[in-house]
Design a protein around this ligand. Sequence first.
Ligand SMILES: NC(=O)c1ccc[n+]([C@@H]2O[C@H](COP(=O)([O-])OP(=O)(O)OC[C@H]3O[C@@H](n4cnc5c(N)ncnc54)[C@H](O)[C@@H]3O)[C@@H](O)[C@H]2O)c1
Length: 253
Amino acid sequence: MGRVEGKVALITGAASGIGKGCAHKLAAEGARVVIADRNAEAGRAVAAALGAPHLFELLDVTDEDGWARVIATTLGAFGRLDILVNSAGIAVWGDIERLTLAEWRLQHAVNSDGTFLGCRAAVGAMKTTGGGSIINLSSVAGLIGVGDAAAYSASKGAVRLLSKSVALHAARCGYNIRCNSVHPSFIDTPMVDAVCVAAPDQRKMRTAVERAAPLGRIGQVEDVANLILYLASDESRFVTGAELVVDGGLTAM
Ligand SMILES: NC(=O)c1ccc[n+]([C@@H]2O[C@H](COP(=O)([O-])OP(=O)(O)OC[C@H]3O[C@@H](n4cnc5c(N)ncnc54)[C@H](O)[C@@H]3O)[C@@H](O)[C@H]2O)c1
């Protein structure tokens, strides 16, 4: 038996990076996975690699109607939703003096609004089928400020406290829905590649990223996917409203 055998998981941002790693991990542990992303080509490739019964659904997480459609498709195909991983995200870099209002709004539209819409849609579905686990990707930047990323830090702080609010509401209502936030440090994904490429000195930035954690290396997708598997499974049945770091010791300093 897999650790999430028979469960149905919806994963946003599953065309790349951490979301893609979670799709592979949860499918390998027995879940049926809906791969949701705005990148159709890469999302379809993940679904094709996993094979049936896993599905790809086109979703821009900022689109309220899109969420209704994806939830309806998931319930239509599998009859339930047990796990939502809100991994879709973007990183808009910039300190408080450089950020434009448009950049601030774009950052919050995806990371904050997208996670809010996902939590709301998932609670509506999960409460009708016996409960579930919602896992929101925040960041160490949602626990400690990052001077070069004012909007990103603020959006991840929002995800952190939204997760606790969802957890408390669901517990009070007796829905058997848990909600937790995950806080990685730098993980080796296309998002971090893009941050390095955009830096004035790419090599210096890459070295800084690789040495940031006390454990002396950059995190791997599997490091985060392993934690998300735990939160998705019933092994974490008494864990809700928690903020779990997976950061090689970065926030212990
Ligand atoms: N990589 C890191 O170092 C790191 C660290 C801490 C937190 N995180 C968080 O983890 C999550 C995943 O990051 P990643 O490194 O895998 O990034 P990634 O860029 O590799 O993947 C992000 C995915 O989200 C999708 N996406 C972006 N905007 C979307 C939208 N509006 N609707 C639907 N899909 C959308 C992209 O198409 C992509 O497939 C993000 O929320 C990120 O902020 C990443």
